[in-house]
Design a protein around this ligand. Structure first.
Ligand code: GLN
Length: 535
């Protein structure tokens, strides 16, 4: 019988529910259980694909092409749970499906209502993850208890124990105990209120994970236990981690959350095997080197807009025992400011994905700076397209070269719309999305980095390298070193006559994890280290 864990949050948002859920998933896997992870998002967008990174941070893309919440990135970095379209549901998607059924007459004349029709749809989206080979499904509910739009979801998870048995379900609620400097006290009242709200809905949390800036002490934990009707041992403190987010699972294990979950769900006892993770912490704590990487982007002030990029850089640092300092540079600043000032001291430049013209000229200047000075350059998606535009302009001498995304009239559309994209008008879910195979050219840096001739990587774009310029670019020193199996689509370009200049049309940042850093990120940081050491 598959067990269900529900993770809710209270008091404030941004408590790190995704990280906590992913950490619980990791600990259960490391005790030998097979886990599935899932996120429910109460907003009305059908998926986050149409949302601005300012609103929502990064859009995380899966192999099957679904555009999902960035918490799924944590799930993939921490666990082995296979993710798909079934791993992220929004209110928009639930309602679309209910309305579609209504139009088909599937409700047989009933008045279609939030309870039971919408709640049944939500329950079905959760229960479909249960299977013979799945021990535990962890379902994280986005938002905060008390949000109007979260209500149908809370009602749905309240009902699940009635369907699958109380003994098969566990509710974890994440809250905050703030420390008031003026009073010199940790305050438990917001937690009490938040649990009160949950209990009003009919959900009694089994475990409280309490986020604190400073340790709150046993006394407060006991107070919370009493007022929130949970066992003392089920109040788990999770203090802020200053070193790395990868400390979170170890902190939770120290507080025995995994033992508690196993006991409460009646899962068979087993040993926690987490030495490699402890090793990782040791490496993070004791780096041998340090490099600075400039990330030049458009949404740079938003911490979450390039989440997976930052994580992947850090992972590559782990595998080189190197602390990676990230210098976040607003692309538009590169247009006006002295580039020596901005990029003079960095050991590598990375330009991530993006959409729209703002900041493009700055990115192109940054590519030129890195290329001409032999600074390792890693272009990702839009960062690859900028690299091609820059090369065409400054090496081929096509001064007006551009992508048709930014100039439809350009005489030299070195990046242009994919044929199949030309007739599409809908915005949601219509890009070239998800895993695509790519063949690597012998003797290329990519081939070296991956160590195999064929790879699969995730995509999310509409525009593409224009093959009409392929020969001229090759002649002038920019080589397409990765292509689609039929050779038509260029997925990677490199400048062999440069210490490390690799730009890819896909998103490698979605396939890196802390114990196994992505080959290209590994190669890039390796090159940055060489640059730093003056080699
Ligand atoms: N805007 C570009 C395109 O649509 C790049 C997309 C991206 O970087 N994800 O092709």
């Amino acid at each position: 019988m598959t067990k269900h864990i529900f993770v809710t949050g209270g008091v404030v948002s941004s408590l790190g529910k995704g990280l906590t859920s992913a950490s619980v998933g990791l600990l259960l896997e490391r005790r030998g259980f097979s886990v599935r992870m899932q996120k429910l998002d109460p907003y009305i967008n059908v998926d986050p694909g149409t949302m601005s990174p300012y609103q929502h941070g990064e859009v995380y893309v899966l192999d099957d092409g679904s555009e999902t919440d960035l918490d799924l990135g944590h799930y993939e970095r921490f666990t082995k749970s296979p993710l798909s379209r079934k791993s992220n549901f929004t209110t928009g998607r639930i309602y679309s499906s209910v309305i579609e059924k209504e139009r088909k007459g599937e409700y047989l004349g009933a008045t279609v209502q939030v309870v039971p029709h919408v709640t049944n749809e939500i329950k079905a989206s959760i229960l479909q993850l249960a299977a013979d080979d799945v021990d535990v499904v962890i379902t994280e509910l986005g938002g905060t208890v008390g949000d109007i739009e979260g209500l149908p979801f809370l009602e749905a998870i309240r009902q699940i124990p009635l369907d699958v048995g109380k003994e098969n379900c566990l509710f974890i609620h994440l809250t905050l105990v703030p420390y008031l400097k003026a009073a010199r006290e940790a305050k438990t009242k917001p937690t009490q209120h938040s649990v009160g709200q949950l209990r009003q809905i009919g959900i009694q949390p089994d475990i409280l994970v309490v986020r604190t800036e400073r340790a709150m002490g046993r006394e407060n934990a006991e107070k919370i236990a009493l007022f929130c009707n949970v066992e003392k041992e089920a109040v788990i403190e999770e203090t802020d981690k200053t070193l790395s987010i990868y400390e979170v699972p170890l902190g939770l294990a120290e507080n025995k959350i995994d033992e508690l979950i196993i006991k409460k769900l009646g899962l068979p006892r087993s040993e926690l095997k987490i030495d490699d993770w402890k090793d990782l912490m040791h490496r993070i704590r004791n780096p041998q080197h340090e490099v600075t990487i400039a990330v030049v982007g458009k949404y740079i002030e938003h911490r979450d807009a390039y989440k997976s990029i930052y994580e992947s850089l850090t992972h590559a640092g782990f595998s080189h025992s190197t602390r990676v300092l990230i210098k976040r540079i607003e692309a538009e600043e590169c247009e006006a400011e002295d580039l020596d000032q901005l990029l003079g001291n960095v050991h590598g430049v990375l330009i991530p994905g993006g959409f729209g013209y703002r900041g493009i000229e700055g990115k192109i200047k940054a590519v030129q700076y890195a290329r001409e000075r032999g600074i390792p350059y890693f272009g990702i998606c839009l960062g690859m397209q900028c690299a091609v535009i820059e090369y065409a302009r400054n090496v081929l001498g096509l001064s007006k070269a551009n992508s048709t995304e930014f100039s439809e009239e350009t005489p030299d559309p070195v990046i242009c719309l994919l044929e199949e994209q030309k007739t599409i008008t809908d915005k949601g879910g219509t890009m070239r999305l998800g895993a695509q195979p790519c063949i690597l050219q012998e003797d290329s840096k990519s081939r070296q980095a991956y160590g195999e001739p064929e790879i699969s990587e995730r995509h999310r774009h509409r525009f593409e390298f224009n093959p009409a310029y392929k020969e001229r670019l090759i002649e002038s020193g920019m080589h397409p070193t990765g292509t689609s199996p039929n050779g038509n689509l260029v997925e990677i370009v490199e400048v062999p006559d440069h210490p490390w200049f690799v730009a890819v049309q896909y998103h490698p940042e979605f396939k890196s994890n802390p114990l196994d850093s992505h080959p290209l990120f590994h190669g890039f940081i390796g090159a940055a280290l060489k640059k730093h050491q003056g080699k």
